[in-house]
Design a protein around this ligand. Sequence first.
Ligand SMILES: Cc1cc2nc3c(=O)[nH]c(=O)nc-3n(C[C@H](O)[C@H](O)[C@H](O)COP(=O)(O)OP(=O)(O)OC[C@H]3O[C@@H](n4cnc5c(N)ncnc54)[C@H](O)[C@@H]3O)c2cc1C
Length: 408
Amino acid sequence: MAEFTMELNDEQKEVRDWLHGFAADVIRPAAAEWDEREETPWPVIQEAAKVGIYSLDFYAQQYFDQTGLGIPMAMEELFWGDAGIALSIVGTGLAAVGVLANGTEEQIGTWVPQMYGDANDVKLAAFCSSEPDAGSDVASMRTRAVYDEAKDEWVINGTKTWATNGGIANVHVVVAVVDPELGSKGHASFIVPPNTPGLSQGQKFKKHGIRASHTAEVILDNVRVPGSCLLGGKEKLDERLARARERARTGGERVKNAAMATFEASRPAVGAMAVGTARAAYEVALDYATTREQFGRPIIDNQGVAFQLADMRTQVDAARLLVWRASWMAINGKPFTAAEGSMSKLFASETAKKVTAQAIQILGGNGYTREYPVERMHRDSAIYTIFEGTSEIQRLVIARTLSGMPIR
Ligand SMILES: Cc1cc2nc3c(=O)[nH]c(=O)nc-3n(C[C@H](O)[C@H](O)[C@H](O)COP(=O)(O)OP(=O)(O)OC[C@H]3O[C@@H](n4cnc5c(N)ncnc54)[C@H](O)[C@@H]3O)c2cc1C
Protein backbone atom coordinates (compact mmCIF):
# COMPACT_ATOMS: atom_id res chain seq x y z
CA MET A 1 0.00 0.00 0.00
CA ALA A 2 1.31 3.48 -0.92
CA GLU A 3 1.66 5.97 1.94
CA PHE A 4 -0.59 9.02 1.62
CA THR A 5 1.37 11.95 0.27
CA MET A 6 0.49 15.54 -0.51
CA GLU A 7 3.51 15.89 -2.80
CA LEU A 8 3.46 14.82 -6.45
CA ASN A 9 6.56 12.84 -7.42
CA ASP A 10 8.80 14.02 -10.27
CA GLU A 11 7.07 11.86 -12.87
CA GLN A 12 3.62 13.10 -11.79
CA LYS A 13 4.83 16.71 -11.90
CA GLU A 14 6.00 16.16 -15.46
CA VAL A 15 2.60 14.73 -16.45
CA ARG A 16 0.81 17.57 -14.66
CA ASP A 17 2.85 20.21 -16.51
CA TRP A 18 2.23 18.45 -19.83
CA LEU A 19 -1.53 18.34 -19.16
CA HIS A 20 -1.52 21.94 -18.03
CA GLY A 21 0.18 22.94 -21.29
CA PHE A 22 -2.52 21.13 -23.30
CA ALA A 23 -5.27 22.69 -21.18
CA ALA A 24 -3.80 26.19 -21.57
CA ASP A 25 -2.84 25.98 -25.26
CA VAL A 26 -5.57 23.78 -26.75
CA ILE A 27 -8.58 23.49 -24.42
CA ARG A 28 -8.95 26.99 -22.92
CA PRO A 29 -8.70 28.87 -26.26
CA ALA A 30 -11.43 26.63 -27.74
CA ALA A 31 -13.74 26.79 -24.71
CA ALA A 32 -16.00 29.73 -25.60
CA GLU A 33 -16.54 28.52 -29.17
CA TRP A 34 -17.66 24.99 -28.24
CA ASP A 35 -19.77 26.31 -25.37
CA GLU A 36 -21.68 28.44 -27.90
CA ARG A 37 -21.88 25.66 -30.49
CA GLU A 38 -23.15 23.14 -27.93
CA GLU A 39 -21.53 20.34 -29.91
CA THR A 40 -19.01 17.61 -29.14
CA PRO A 41 -15.57 19.17 -29.79
CA TRP A 42 -14.29 16.35 -32.02
CA PRO A 43 -11.19 18.28 -33.24
CA VAL A 44 -10.06 18.85 -29.64
CA ILE A 45 -10.66 15.19 -28.72
CA GLN A 46 -8.70 14.16 -31.82
CA GLU A 47 -5.85 16.49 -30.80
CA ALA A 48 -5.94 14.95 -27.29
CA ALA A 49 -5.81 11.49 -28.89
CA LYS A 50 -2.86 12.49 -31.07
CA VAL A 51 -0.75 13.61 -28.11
CA GLY A 52 -1.86 10.60 -26.02
CA ILE A 53 -4.16 12.28 -23.49
CA TYR A 54 -7.30 10.68 -24.95
CA SER A 55 -6.15 7.08 -24.75
CA LEU A 56 -6.70 3.93 -22.75
CA ASP A 57 -2.98 3.79 -21.91
CA PHE A 58 -2.95 7.24 -20.39
CA TYR A 59 -6.20 6.74 -18.47
CA ALA A 60 -5.15 3.31 -17.17
CA GLN A 61 -1.77 4.68 -16.07
CA GLN A 62 -3.46 7.35 -13.97
CA TYR A 63 -6.25 5.03 -12.76
CA PHE A 64 -3.83 2.41 -11.43
CA ASP A 65 -1.36 4.92 -9.93
CA GLN A 66 -1.00 3.58 -6.38
CA THR A 67 -0.54 7.04 -4.85
CA GLY A 68 -4.12 7.75 -5.92
CA LEU A 69 -3.08 11.16 -7.19
CA GLY A 70 -2.92 10.34 -10.92
CA ILE A 71 -6.64 10.72 -11.73
CA PRO A 72 -7.34 13.77 -9.51
CA MET A 73 -4.25 15.56 -10.84
CA ALA A 74 -5.27 14.84 -14.47
CA MET A 75 -8.91 15.83 -13.91
CA GLU A 76 -7.96 19.06 -12.18
CA GLU A 77 -5.69 20.18 -15.01
CA LEU A 78 -8.07 19.27 -17.86
CA PHE A 79 -11.11 20.84 -16.15
CA TRP A 80 -9.01 23.89 -15.33
CA GLY A 81 -8.88 24.29 -19.13
CA ASP A 82 -12.64 23.96 -19.64
CA ALA A 83 -15.26 21.71 -18.07
CA GLY A 84 -17.39 21.02 -21.18
CA ILE A 85 -14.44 20.09 -23.39
CA ALA A 86 -12.72 18.16 -20.59
CA LEU A 87 -15.88 16.11 -19.97
CA SER A 88 -15.95 15.26 -23.67
CA ILE A 89 -12.37 14.00 -23.25
CA VAL A 90 -12.83 12.07 -19.99
CA GLY A 91 -16.49 10.91 -20.37
CA THR A 92 -15.28 7.71 -21.98
CA GLY A 93 -13.08 7.05 -18.94
CA LEU A 94 -16.13 7.13 -16.66
CA ALA A 95 -17.72 4.37 -18.77
CA ALA A 96 -14.43 2.47 -18.90
CA VAL A 97 -14.30 2.46 -15.09
CA GLY A 98 -17.64 0.60 -15.13
CA VAL A 99 -15.95 -2.16 -17.14
CA LEU A 100 -12.65 -2.06 -15.23
CA ALA A 101 -14.56 -2.35 -11.93
CA ASN A 102 -17.03 -5.11 -12.90
CA GLY A 103 -15.77 -6.80 -16.07
CA THR A 104 -13.69 -9.93 -16.57
CA GLU A 105 -10.17 -9.59 -17.96
CA GLU A 106 -11.45 -10.71 -21.34
CA GLN A 107 -14.24 -8.13 -21.32
CA ILE A 108 -11.80 -5.38 -20.34
CA GLY A 109 -9.42 -6.43 -23.12
CA THR A 110 -12.19 -6.63 -25.73
CA TRP A 111 -14.30 -3.57 -25.00
CA VAL A 112 -12.22 -0.86 -23.37
CA PRO A 113 -9.97 -0.37 -26.45
CA GLN A 114 -13.12 -0.06 -28.60
CA MET A 115 -14.33 2.70 -26.30
CA TYR A 116 -11.37 4.87 -27.29
CA GLY A 117 -10.61 3.84 -30.88
CA ASP A 118 -7.25 5.27 -31.93
CA ALA A 119 -5.78 8.63 -32.86
CA ASN A 120 -6.87 8.22 -36.51
CA ASP A 121 -10.37 7.01 -35.66
CA VAL A 122 -11.43 8.36 -32.30
CA LYS A 123 -14.40 6.69 -30.55
CA LEU A 124 -16.39 7.50 -27.40
CA ALA A 125 -18.17 5.48 -24.71
CA ALA A 126 -21.22 6.17 -22.53
CA PHE A 127 -22.33 4.94 -19.10
CA CYS A 128 -26.13 4.70 -18.98
CA SER A 129 -27.69 4.26 -15.55
CA SER A 130 -30.11 7.18 -14.98
CA GLU A 131 -33.69 6.99 -16.21
CA PRO A 132 -36.54 9.51 -16.35
CA ASP A 133 -38.03 8.03 -13.13
CA ALA A 134 -34.80 6.74 -11.61
CA GLY A 135 -32.26 9.49 -10.92
CA SER A 136 -31.28 9.65 -7.24
CA ASP A 137 -33.63 6.72 -6.66
CA VAL A 138 -31.62 4.11 -8.55
CA ALA A 139 -33.80 1.29 -7.20
CA SER A 140 -36.72 2.58 -9.33
CA MET A 141 -34.88 1.60 -12.50
CA ARG A 142 -37.18 0.02 -15.10
CA THR A 143 -34.88 -0.90 -18.00
CA ARG A 144 -35.16 -4.65 -18.10
CA ALA A 145 -32.69 -7.27 -19.30
CA VAL A 146 -34.13 -10.75 -19.87
CA TYR A 147 -31.96 -13.78 -20.58
CA ASP A 148 -32.81 -15.79 -23.71
CA GLU A 149 -31.20 -19.08 -22.77
CA ALA A 150 -31.76 -20.76 -26.15
CA LYS A 151 -29.67 -18.13 -27.91
CA ASP A 152 -27.42 -17.19 -24.98
CA GLU A 153 -28.46 -13.56 -25.47
CA TRP A 154 -29.79 -10.81 -23.23
CA VAL A 155 -32.74 -8.76 -24.49
CA ILE A 156 -32.74 -5.20 -23.14
CA ASN A 157 -35.71 -2.80 -23.21
CA GLY A 158 -36.04 0.64 -21.63
CA THR A 159 -35.19 4.34 -21.78
CA LYS A 160 -32.04 5.82 -20.29
CA THR A 161 -31.58 9.53 -19.83
CA TRP A 162 -28.83 12.09 -19.15
CA ALA A 163 -26.23 9.81 -20.73
CA THR A 164 -22.96 11.63 -21.39
CA ASN A 165 -22.04 10.67 -24.99
CA GLY A 166 -25.32 8.72 -25.18
CA GLY A 167 -26.19 7.72 -28.74
CA ILE A 168 -22.91 9.01 -30.21
CA ALA A 169 -20.77 6.47 -28.33
CA ASN A 170 -19.24 3.43 -29.99
CA VAL A 171 -19.75 1.34 -26.84
CA HIS A 172 -22.57 1.88 -24.33
CA VAL A 173 -22.46 0.42 -20.81
CA VAL A 174 -26.08 -0.06 -19.74
CA VAL A 175 -27.31 -0.87 -16.23
CA ALA A 176 -30.55 -2.89 -16.28
CA VAL A 177 -32.85 -4.84 -13.98
CA VAL A 178 -32.36 -8.59 -14.12
CA ASP A 179 -34.44 -9.43 -11.03
CA PRO A 180 -37.18 -6.89 -10.21
CA GLU A 181 -37.84 -8.53 -6.82
CA LEU A 182 -34.43 -7.47 -5.51
CA GLY A 183 -34.55 -3.68 -6.05
CA SER A 184 -31.09 -2.22 -6.69
CA LYS A 185 -29.53 -5.62 -5.81
CA GLY A 186 -31.20 -7.04 -8.90
CA HIS A 187 -29.29 -4.81 -11.33
CA ALA A 188 -26.52 -5.82 -13.72
CA SER A 189 -24.35 -3.96 -16.24
CA PHE A 190 -24.14 -4.84 -19.94
CA ILE A 191 -21.97 -3.85 -22.83
CA VAL A 192 -23.93 -2.81 -25.89
CA PRO A 193 -21.47 -3.25 -28.77
CA PRO A 194 -21.12 -0.78 -31.67
CA ASN A 195 -24.03 -0.65 -34.17
CA THR A 196 -26.29 -2.98 -32.17
CA PRO A 197 -29.82 -2.81 -33.66
CA GLY A 198 -32.46 -1.34 -31.33
CA LEU A 199 -30.22 1.22 -29.57
CA SER A 200 -30.91 4.79 -30.63
CA GLN A 201 -30.45 8.31 -29.35
CA GLY A 202 -33.51 10.09 -28.03
CA GLN A 203 -33.61 13.78 -27.18
CA LYS A 204 -30.29 15.65 -26.95
CA PHE A 205 -30.47 18.09 -24.05
CA LYS A 206 -29.74 21.83 -24.32
CA LYS A 207 -27.98 22.61 -21.07
CA HIS A 208 -27.14 25.47 -18.67
CA GLY A 209 -23.42 24.58 -18.63
CA ILE A 210 -20.83 22.03 -19.85
CA ARG A 211 -22.49 22.66 -23.20
CA ALA A 212 -19.65 21.13 -25.24
CA SER A 213 -20.43 17.79 -23.60
CA HIS A 214 -23.15 15.75 -25.34
CA THR A 215 -25.96 14.63 -23.02
CA ALA A 216 -28.88 12.62 -24.40
CA GLU A 217 -31.52 9.97 -23.88
CA VAL A 218 -30.73 6.46 -25.04
CA ILE A 219 -33.62 4.27 -26.20
CA LEU A 220 -33.23 0.49 -25.96
CA ASP A 221 -35.85 -1.30 -28.05
CA ASN A 222 -35.41 -5.08 -28.02
CA VAL A 223 -31.65 -4.71 -27.96
CA ARG A 224 -30.06 -8.17 -28.14
CA VAL A 225 -26.53 -8.60 -26.83
CA PRO A 226 -24.53 -11.85 -26.56
CA GLY A 227 -24.28 -13.50 -23.14
CA SER A 228 -20.62 -12.51 -23.08
CA CYS A 229 -21.72 -8.83 -22.79
CA LEU A 230 -22.97 -9.28 -19.23
CA LEU A 231 -20.23 -7.61 -17.18
CA GLY A 232 -18.61 -10.09 -14.81
CA GLY A 233 -20.30 -13.09 -16.49
CA LYS A 234 -23.43 -15.15 -15.81
CA GLU A 235 -21.93 -17.40 -13.14
CA LYS A 236 -20.92 -14.43 -10.99
CA LEU A 237 -24.31 -12.80 -11.51
CA ASP A 238 -26.19 -15.95 -10.52
CA GLU A 239 -24.09 -16.26 -7.36
CA ARG A 240 -24.66 -12.61 -6.49
CA LEU A 241 -28.42 -12.87 -7.06
CA ALA A 242 -28.61 -16.07 -5.00
CA ARG A 243 -26.83 -14.30 -2.11
CA ALA A 244 -29.15 -11.29 -2.43
CA ARG A 245 -32.25 -13.54 -2.44
CA GLU A 246 -30.96 -15.36 0.63
CA ARG A 247 -30.32 -12.06 2.40
CA ALA A 248 -33.78 -10.79 1.42
CA ARG A 249 -35.26 -14.00 2.86
CA THR A 250 -33.27 -14.00 6.11
CA GLY A 251 -32.88 -10.21 6.53
CA GLY A 252 -29.07 -10.56 6.39
CA GLU A 253 -26.43 -7.87 5.95
CA ARG A 254 -26.77 -5.45 3.01
CA VAL A 255 -24.18 -5.25 0.25
CA LYS A 256 -23.58 -2.60 -2.36
CA ASN A 257 -24.64 -3.31 -5.94
CA ALA A 258 -22.44 -2.96 -9.02
CA ALA A 259 -23.66 0.49 -10.09
CA MET A 260 -23.19 1.90 -6.59
CA ALA A 261 -19.65 0.50 -6.47
CA THR A 262 -18.88 2.31 -9.74
CA PHE A 263 -20.26 5.60 -8.39
CA GLU A 264 -18.33 5.25 -5.11
CA ALA A 265 -15.02 4.83 -6.93
CA SER A 266 -15.67 7.70 -9.34
CA ARG A 267 -16.87 10.34 -6.87
CA PRO A 268 -13.42 11.70 -5.91
CA ALA A 269 -12.70 12.08 -9.64
CA VAL A 270 -15.79 14.29 -9.99
CA GLY A 271 -14.56 16.24 -6.97
CA ALA A 272 -11.26 16.78 -8.80
CA MET A 273 -13.12 18.15 -11.83
CA ALA A 274 -14.81 20.67 -9.53
CA VAL A 275 -11.42 21.61 -8.03
CA GLY A 276 -10.16 22.33 -11.58
CA THR A 277 -13.06 24.67 -12.37
CA ALA A 278 -12.87 26.38 -8.96
CA ARG A 279 -9.11 26.93 -9.25
CA ALA A 280 -9.51 28.35 -12.77
CA ALA A 281 -12.10 30.89 -11.61
CA TYR A 282 -10.02 31.82 -8.56
CA GLU A 283 -6.96 32.48 -10.75
CA VAL A 284 -8.93 34.69 -13.15
CA ALA A 285 -10.36 36.62 -10.19
CA LEU A 286 -6.95 37.06 -8.52
CA ASP A 287 -5.43 38.33 -11.73
CA TYR A 288 -8.34 40.71 -12.34
CA ALA A 289 -8.31 42.04 -8.76
CA THR A 290 -4.63 42.92 -8.95
CA THR A 291 -4.96 44.79 -12.28
CA ARG A 292 -8.42 46.42 -12.15
CA GLU A 293 -8.23 49.86 -10.50
CA GLN A 294 -11.04 51.78 -8.87
CA PHE A 295 -10.68 54.76 -6.51
CA GLY A 296 -7.07 55.06 -7.70
CA ARG A 297 -5.89 51.64 -6.51
CA PRO A 298 -6.21 47.96 -7.45
CA ILE A 299 -9.50 46.54 -6.16
CA ILE A 300 -7.54 43.84 -4.25
CA ASP A 301 -6.31 46.70 -2.07
CA ASN A 302 -9.72 46.52 -0.36
CA GLN A 303 -10.12 43.89 2.35
CA GLY A 304 -13.63 43.24 1.04
CA VAL A 305 -12.10 41.85 -2.16
CA ALA A 306 -8.84 40.45 -0.77
CA PHE A 307 -10.61 38.46 1.96
CA GLN A 308 -12.92 36.89 -0.64
CA LEU A 309 -9.85 35.75 -2.56
CA ALA A 310 -8.31 34.39 0.66
CA ASP A 311 -11.47 32.36 1.30
CA MET A 312 -11.65 31.16 -2.30
CA ARG A 313 -8.09 29.82 -2.30
CA THR A 314 -8.53 28.23 1.15
CA GLN A 315 -11.61 26.36 -0.03
CA VAL A 316 -9.99 25.22 -3.27
CA ASP A 317 -7.01 23.81 -1.36
CA ALA A 318 -9.25 22.16 1.26
CA ALA A 319 -11.34 20.56 -1.50
CA ARG A 320 -8.20 19.21 -3.20
CA LEU A 321 -6.99 17.65 0.06
CA LEU A 322 -10.32 15.85 0.60
CA VAL A 323 -10.24 14.62 -3.01
CA TRP A 324 -6.65 13.38 -2.78
CA ARG A 325 -7.38 11.58 0.50
CA ALA A 326 -10.45 9.81 -0.93
CA SER A 327 -8.62 8.91 -4.12
CA TRP A 328 -5.72 7.43 -2.16
CA MET A 329 -8.19 5.45 -0.03
CA ALA A 330 -9.99 4.11 -3.12
CA ILE A 331 -6.91 2.78 -4.92
CA ASN A 332 -5.49 1.30 -1.72
CA GLY A 333 -8.73 -0.46 -0.82
CA LYS A 334 -9.25 1.52 2.39
CA PRO A 335 -12.86 1.22 3.57
CA PHE A 336 -14.81 4.49 3.37
CA THR A 337 -15.88 4.33 7.02
CA ALA A 338 -16.91 7.99 7.04
CA ALA A 339 -18.00 8.10 3.36
CA GLU A 340 -14.84 10.04 2.53
CA GLY A 341 -15.48 9.62 -1.22
CA SER A 342 -18.88 11.30 -0.94
CA MET A 343 -17.41 13.92 1.41
CA SER A 344 -14.80 14.92 -1.16
CA LYS A 345 -17.38 15.23 -3.95
CA LEU A 346 -19.81 17.16 -1.74
CA PHE A 347 -17.25 19.70 -0.55
CA ALA A 348 -15.48 20.18 -3.88
CA SER A 349 -18.70 20.60 -5.88
CA GLU A 350 -20.19 23.11 -3.43
CA THR A 351 -16.84 24.93 -3.42
CA ALA A 352 -16.84 25.21 -7.23
CA LYS A 353 -20.31 26.78 -7.23
CA LYS A 354 -19.37 29.24 -4.48
CA VAL A 355 -15.94 30.19 -5.84
CA THR A 356 -17.14 30.73 -9.41
CA ALA A 357 -19.97 32.95 -8.13
CA GLN A 358 -17.47 34.97 -6.10
CA ALA A 359 -15.26 35.27 -9.18
CA ILE A 360 -18.16 36.85 -11.12
CA GLN A 361 -18.66 39.31 -8.26
CA ILE A 362 -14.97 40.27 -8.25
CA LEU A 363 -15.00 40.88 -12.01
CA GLY A 364 -18.10 43.08 -11.67
CA GLY A 365 -19.94 43.76 -14.95
CA ASN A 366 -17.18 42.04 -16.92
CA GLY A 367 -17.71 38.89 -14.88
CA TYR A 368 -21.32 38.82 -16.00
CA THR A 369 -20.44 38.79 -19.71
CA ARG A 370 -19.18 36.10 -22.08
CA GLU A 371 -16.11 38.24 -22.77
CA TYR A 372 -14.62 36.71 -19.61
CA PRO A 373 -14.57 33.00 -18.75
CA VAL A 374 -15.93 33.12 -15.19
CA GLU A 375 -19.55 33.37 -16.37
CA ARG A 376 -19.08 30.08 -18.26
CA MET A 377 -17.21 28.51 -15.32
CA HIS A 378 -20.11 29.38 -13.01
CA ARG A 379 -22.66 27.80 -15.38
CA ASP A 380 -20.41 24.76 -15.73
CA SER A 381 -19.91 24.40 -11.97
CA ALA A 382 -23.62 23.76 -11.34
CA ILE A 383 -23.29 20.24 -12.75
CA TYR A 384 -20.91 19.08 -10.02
CA THR A 385 -23.61 19.22 -7.33
CA ILE A 386 -25.97 17.19 -9.56
CA PHE A 387 -24.28 14.33 -11.41
CA GLU A 388 -22.74 11.24 -9.81
CA GLY A 389 -25.20 11.85 -6.96
CA THR A 390 -26.59 15.25 -5.94
CA SER A 391 -25.25 17.10 -2.88
CA GLU A 392 -28.32 15.97 -0.95
CA ILE A 393 -27.58 12.33 -1.81
CA GLN A 394 -23.92 12.77 -0.76
CA ARG A 395 -25.15 14.13 2.58
CA LEU A 396 -27.50 11.15 2.93
CA VAL A 397 -24.65 8.72 2.25
CA ILE A 398 -22.34 10.50 4.70
CA ALA A 399 -24.98 10.78 7.43
CA ARG A 400 -26.04 7.13 7.04
CA THR A 401 -22.43 5.97 7.12
CA LEU A 402 -21.64 8.03 10.23
CA SER A 403 -24.78 7.11 12.14
CA GLY A 404 -25.67 3.66 10.86
CA MET A 405 -29.25 4.95 10.79
CA PRO A 406 -31.55 4.64 7.75
CA ILE A 407 -31.85 8.44 7.45
CA ARG A 408 -34.33 9.58 4.78
C1 LIG B 1 -25.16 16.95 -17.71
C2 LIG B 1 -25.48 15.65 -17.07
C3 LIG B 1 -24.73 14.53 -17.36
C4 LIG B 1 -25.05 13.29 -16.78
N1 LIG B 1 -24.35 12.17 -17.15
C5 LIG B 1 -24.82 10.97 -16.76
C6 LIG B 1 -24.26 9.77 -17.30
O1 LIG B 1 -23.31 9.82 -18.11
N2 LIG B 1 -24.80 8.58 -16.94
C7 LIG B 1 -25.85 8.50 -16.07
O2 LIG B 1 -26.29 7.38 -15.78
N3 LIG B 1 -26.39 9.61 -15.51
C8 LIG B 1 -25.91 10.83 -15.85
N4 LIG B 1 -26.47 11.98 -15.33
C9 LIG B 1 -27.61 11.85 -14.42
C10 LIG B 1 -27.34 12.34 -12.99
O3 LIG B 1 -26.55 11.43 -12.32
C11 LIG B 1 -28.72 12.60 -12.34
O4 LIG B 1 -29.24 13.77 -12.91
C12 LIG B 1 -28.63 12.72 -10.84
O5 LIG B 1 -28.33 11.48 -10.27
C13 LIG B 1 -29.91 13.27 -10.22
O6 LIG B 1 -31.03 12.57 -10.67
P1 LIG B 1 -32.30 13.42 -11.20
O7 LIG B 1 -31.82 14.39 -12.19
O8 LIG B 1 -33.33 12.45 -11.64
O9 LIG B 1 -32.82 14.24 -9.95
P2 LIG B 1 -33.81 13.71 -8.81
O10 LIG B 1 -33.35 12.43 -8.27
O11 LIG B 1 -35.21 13.81 -9.31
O12 LIG B 1 -33.59 14.83 -7.70
C14 LIG B 1 -34.23 16.11 -7.75
C15 LIG B 1 -33.89 16.85 -6.45
O13 LIG B 1 -34.42 16.13 -5.32
C16 LIG B 1 -33.39 15.86 -4.39
N5 LIG B 1 -33.63 14.56 -3.77
C17 LIG B 1 -33.99 13.39 -4.36
N6 LIG B 1 -34.08 12.41 -3.44
C18 LIG B 1 -33.77 12.98 -2.25
C19 LIG B 1 -33.66 12.49 -0.92
N7 LIG B 1 -33.91 11.19 -0.61
N8 LIG B 1 -33.30 13.34 0.07
C20 LIG B 1 -33.05 14.64 -0.23
N9 LIG B 1 -33.11 15.16 -1.47
C21 LIG B 1 -33.47 14.34 -2.46
C22 LIG B 1 -32.11 15.83 -5.23
O14 LIG B 1 -30.96 16.05 -4.45
C23 LIG B 1 -32.39 16.97 -6.21
O15 LIG B 1 -32.08 18.19 -5.61
C24 LIG B 1 -26.12 13.22 -15.86
C25 LIG B 1 -26.86 14.37 -15.54
C26 LIG B 1 -26.57 15.56 -16.14
C27 LIG B 1 -27.43 16.77 -15.81
